[in-house]
Design a protein around this ligand. Structure first.
Ligand code: AMP
Length: 291
């Protein structure tokens, strides 16, 4: 696996990989890699393109009160993981490369970025869109892979790529879950043992509502019930909503493409999850062997 830490090295590595006329598939990450990230690299590899993974903890997407300094970092472990997955190139830019002194340009997406995480974390999607645009400009991938785990982020990136006519395809990859249903996340390590036993209830609530929507129950009552149940279980529910899967606008029934999305705090950890609405049978819980 090639490892690039400067733009010059990146350009040389990308040129090498492209020489046999191979397409590049980018997997942007913030490191602390787990099975969810591995699934993205595998999907990128399966496309036939050369998989390129970036690792950059992006300060622009963290608000002042958020967890930038305690965000987990494990460069050696991450590089070993990427090597094991057959990644062709790891791109590890530093802060000065990503944010040159005096830069004047950031990217603001409205539309799908407006509600939910966009409202709870002002500036978050501006940071995500800006860093992804920079990564796309640096690597010039033919495809970029993002997890459905961050459903709203996936739609924001799709929208940016469409609006800015960027010459790449955005591919979403199904959420990888622990055996008990909890969506894998780099932040799960901050759950106490007690919170870890409670955390899968968020996914369970989403599945329950999806199944009952599919069975024809009315959305507003189901959503209110799920919020109340989670609150009783000590979740600080930020939102538990039924939305249009593309625009993220709230909807009142499980129209085609609708998505159930949720964010809830458990201790200091903000858990995010989502599921297709009204067709739970098509979304079996993904069991991952912890080994
Ligand atoms: P992060 O390192 O948390 O910024 O995530 C990098 C990419 O991995 C994003 O596209 C995430 O949506 C994706 N990702 C994170 N967790 C999972 C998961 N459990 N399953 C699938 N993709 C994930």
């Amino acid at each position: 696996m090639l490892v690039a830490r400067t733009l010059a090295d990146l350009r040389a590595a990308c040129a090498d990989l492209r020489r046999p006329a191979q397409a590049l598939a980018l997997v942007p990450t913030m490191g602390a890699l787990h099975q969810g990230h591995r699934a993205l690299v595998r999907a990128a590899t399966a496309s036939g393109a050369a998989p390129v993974a970036s690792i950059f903890v992006n300060p622009l997407q963290f608000a002042a009160n958020e967890d930038l300094t305690r965000y987990p970092r494990d460069e050696a472990g991450d590089l070993a993981t990427l090597r094991a997955e057959g990644c062709a190139l790891a791109w590890l830019p530093d802060l000065a490369t990503m944010y040159p002194d005096g830069e004047a340009t950031t990217i603001t997406v409205a539309g799908p970025a407006r509600h939910w995480e966009g409202a709870a974390r002002p500036g978050h999607f501006r940071g995500v869109a800006t860093v992804c645009a920079k990564l796309f400009g640096q690597v010039r991938p033919d495809q970029a892979y993002f997890g459905e785990k961050d459903w709203q982020q996936l739609q924001v990136i799709r929208r940016m790529v469409t609006d800015l006519l960027l010459p790449l395809r955005v591919v979403g990859v199904e959420t990888v879950r622990e055996a008990d249903g909890l969506a894998m996340s780099s932040r799960n390590r901050f759950l106490s043992p007690q919170q870890r036993t409670q955390a899968p209830m968020l996914a369970a609530a989403l599945r329950d509502v999806a199944e009952r929507l599919a069975a024809g129950e009315a959305a507003p009552a189901l959503l209110a019930e799920a919020r109340a149940v989670l609150q009783r279980l000590d979740f600080a529910v930020d939102y538990f909503a039924l939305v249009d899967g593309e625009t993220l606008s709230p909807v009142n029934s499980a129209i085609p493409g609708a998505r159930l999305i949720a964010a809830a705090g458990l201790g200091t950890v903000r858990l995010l999850d989502n599921i297709a609405a009204g067709q739970a049978a098509a979304y079996p819980r993904k069991i991952v062997d912890p080994a």
